[in-house]
Design a protein around this ligand. Structure first.
Ligand SMILES: Nc1ncnc2c1ncn2[C@@H]1O[C@H](COP(=O)(O)OP(=O)(O)OP(=O)(O)O)[C@@H](O)[C@H]1O
Length: 492
């Protein structure tokens, strides 16, 4: 018998307008490129019974497992500030929800699995490059400890997809604690379908935040909680230099997981104005704008909940505004806590923020590599000779030397030994991030030469981001001028 998941579908039980039931469109000759075996095992798949052929059929959509109730979810969204009343899964299909070995619930979704009623003019498919990109970066994010949707499998379809040129097609299997987005709420709110908004809010509370059911107003509690999750998420992105690139409201989850790895990238040189996405002409989603945009998106979420917040509109608006206005303080707090950790500061002091800000200013001024500077500092906290090669990434200037002295003086007030402090810093300052030039090199070898060795090697390194690994120094190196990637493209 074919190994399968322990399905328990609840989203499919919602009324029909929440999605359209349909099966994935089969592909010609699916081939398994990558299976996340740890995740598959966690999800309860019997790996001994799962041969590559069956896995390829399962994760391409050619074989719909028993218990699945495939559907394309409806959602809307603000894209670059403009409202689009109907987006929806145009190339994705939710197979259903599975209960894993630990009793937790996960969505299993195929992305690139064929057209749906939400496809508009799209072909419903995905190209291999973006599928591998999402696989790599979401896995790296998970290893960095950042909430994210996960990649379970990547399969090539044996069919070309036509973008500007024909490219190999592929299907990604994505796992998420749910795929409910701010845009899912917007879809119903703009139709003034209050019943659906309430059903969805109750569903989201039951699925993600069951403790809120007993709150005096569960819906304002939902808004507060989603805001907190998102503020924490964005702070974590900022701590590692991640730029999402397309923070539309359809790409913000209610669970607080990172979703949609289209044009995302990690910053090399520190500069808050950094933008990679080829379609972000005005820098709306630049690194430094991410907190502000998250708050803007949360305000759109609040709007959808207004009828549930209070019977009277003015009072509902007052409740929403009061909550959304707290975003900056909540974000700043998460951000500062993480940045303190990055500098080995366990005790809170008034002028820590000033110390951090002046470091960031220096990094920007000297075009220093964000990741390597913090990694170098993590070693220096133990002694300057611990990883001397990394010290080359520190600005060699008197103003930076002054800053180092200030920091050392501040560190002397901390408890614990220098070795303990350094170790704690190494646990939060990665040695390895998915540097864009390395990602592009791995993807082009895979797409152009069917050589997956670079992809595999990069994935391996990124799975242990906080430990220097022998022979892997080159993954730490920022791009040479001729390797630099200036633009990333939406995952299509
Ligand atoms: N090739 C395609 N065929 C059909 N629809 C598409 C295609 N590419 C994107 N879309 C649709 O366009 C909208 C915006 O796409 P976007 O790139 O933000 O999402 P995505 O990467 O497909 O999905 P997700 O947000 O679930 O990761 C979505 O409704 C998506 O389903």
């Amino acid at each position: 018998m074919m190994p399968s998941f322990n399905f328990d579908n609840t989203y499919a039980r919602l009324p029909e307008r929440f999605g359209t039931r349909l099966n994935p469109t089969p592909v010609q000759s699916p081939r398994l490129i990558k299976l996340n075996r740890n995740l598959a095992d966690q999800l309860g798949l019997d790996l001994d019974e799962l041969d590559n052929k069956t896995a390829a059929a399962l994760f391409s959509g050619n074989l719909v497992p028993e218990g699945a109730e495939p559907l394309a979810m409806a959602y809307a969204g603000h894209q670059f500030g403009n409202f689009v009343p109907q987006l929806g899964d145009g190339r994705a299909i939710l197979l259903g929800e599975v209960i894993d070995r630990a009793g937790r619930r996960w969505d299993i979704q195929l992305k690139g699995s064929g057209q749906t009623p939400f496809s508009r003019r799209g072909d419903g498919r995905a190209a291999l490059g973006p599928v591998l990109r999402e696989y790599l970066i979401s896995d790296a994010m998970h290893a960095l400890g950042i909430p994210t949707t996960r990649a379970l499998a990547a399969v090539t379809s044996g069919e070309p997809v036509f973008r500007e040129t024909p490219l190999p097609g592929a299907v990604l299997t994505r796992v998420a604690s749910s795929h409910i987005r701010i845009g899912t709420f917007q879809y119903f709110a703009m139709r003034e379908d209050r019943e659906a908004v309430k059903l969805l809010a109750d569903y989201a509370i039951g699925r993600h935040y069951p403790d809120l059911k007993s709150a005096p107003n569960p819906y304002s509690a939902l808004l507060t909680t989603v805001q907190e999750r998102q503020a924490s998420l964005i702070a974590r992105w900022m701590h590692v230099g991640f730029i999402h690139g397309v923070m539309n409201t359809d790409n913000m989850t209610i669970s607080g997981e990172t979703i949609d790895y289209g044009p995302c990238a990690f910053m090399d040189q520190y500069n808050p104005d950094t933008v990679f996405s080829s379609i972000d002409d005005f820098g709306r989603y630049a690194f430094g704008n991410q907190p502000r945009i998250a708050q803007w998106n949360l305000a759109r979420f609040a709007e959808t909940l207004l009828p549930l917040l209070h019977d009277e509109q003015d009072s509902a608006i007052a409740i929403a505004v009061e909550i959304i206005n707290r975003f900056s303080d909540i974000f700043d707090n998460f951000w500062l806590t993480g940045m303190r950790r990055k500098l080995g500061l366990a005790i809170e002091q008034q002028d820590d923020k000033q110390l951090i800000d002046s470091l960031l200013q220096l990094l920007q001024q000297h075009k220093a590599d964000y990741t390597n500077v913090f990694r170098a500092l993590s070693h220096i906290a133990e002694g300057p000779a611990t990883e001397p090669a990394l010290n080359d990434y520190l600005p060699q200037t008197p103003d930076f030397d002054n800053w180092l002295e200030r920091w050392q003086t501040r560190l002397d007030q901390e408890p614990g030994s220098p070795a303990q402090r350094a170790e704690a810093m190494r646990q939060v300052n990665p040695a390895y991030i998915p540097r864009n030039h390395k990602v592009e090199q791995a993807l082009s070898a895979a797409v152009q030469d069917e050589d997956f060795s670079k992809f595999e090697a990069l994935l391996d390194v990124l799975n242990k981001p906080f430990t220097e690994q022998p022979g892997c120094r080159h993954y730490q190196e920022p791009p040479q001028p001729d390797e630099r990637v200036y633009q990333t493209f939406c995952g299509t």
